[in-house]
Design a protein. Sequence first.
Length: 108
Amino acid sequence: MSFDLVLRRTTSEHVPEWDRHKFWDVYCDGLYLGSLAQQMGRSDEPPSWQWSIQLHAGSFGNGVKPRSGQAATRDEAMQAFRAAWDAIRPAIGDEGWALHVEHMRRLG
């Protein structure tokens, strides 16, 4: 079963409007699943993109990796996120996904 991932620019009040192109939220089935953010390195290095999956699957998520990483571009970060999610989702099963869904709905 494939799960569509939707990328949306963050709407956090902690990120100024002019800087939001560097911060993205990832949704699955309308629920927050993770993020992508541009990271500035040393002055002699180009910026990179950090990706992170924030999964609340109870014990079903124990030891499931990778949940985060870095990439040179936003597109590469999204591809890495997708590959990680495609490995994680079968590992947590429907019970683990149901726990994440319930957790996110409680947060409202």
